[in-house]
Design a protein. Sequence first.
Length: 248
Amino acid sequence: MYSVKELSTLAGVSVRTLHYYDQIDLLSPARIAQNGYRQYDDAGLMRLQQILFYKELDFKLKDIKELLDAPGFEQVSALENHWDALLARLARTERLIKTVEDTILHLKGEKEMSKKKLFAAFSEEEQAEYAKEAEKKYDPATVRASNRKWKNYSAEKKQAIMDEGNQVYEDMIAAMPKGPDSPEAQACVERWREHMNYFWTPNLDQLLGLATMYGQSPDFKKNFDAMHPELAEFMREAVALYVASQSK
């Protein structure tokens, strides 16, 4: 058995956090000792590991509780899913590092870099990650379906999707001087919306939520800022205008 202090030290989380998890029935102790102290068993230890994995993948606590308490929850399958997600995140980080390195050399005049390669790190796997973030707010099952859909594409199809997505962003940047309400910018939004069908089909509220997230999430905003420092905000404005026009 583990005391709260021992579990806190072992897992690297605060005692206050463990108390809070107990309050919301996310992680309850195996028993309460006569002195009133919480005590956790190995099952609690494994559940805490799952909680921390899901938190690392940015799931909300209430969604984590629903997943862990679901009748069909299977620990090994969950760990395999974590493995896949973390490998994808590692690959994404490696792509971003390579793009940053190449861009630095390009700006120093030491390496020629095509416009297409400037956008190489922002693959449609990246776009799928954005979709996952937005979809977590609505339906985790759709997130899993989106991942399966992407994985079923051939390598050639994935490349074509990536190229198409990069072109949408390039055209959106080109339309920025004309304003978010310009026909050119609104046409880009329409193309972007259609492009999302490769992964999932957001409704208008979800579409605006996704565009808003581009500018609010630090990781995503950093990526968009690398393309153009005003792109994330411009997209949000353009999508907001698009959604308003479609809602009439």
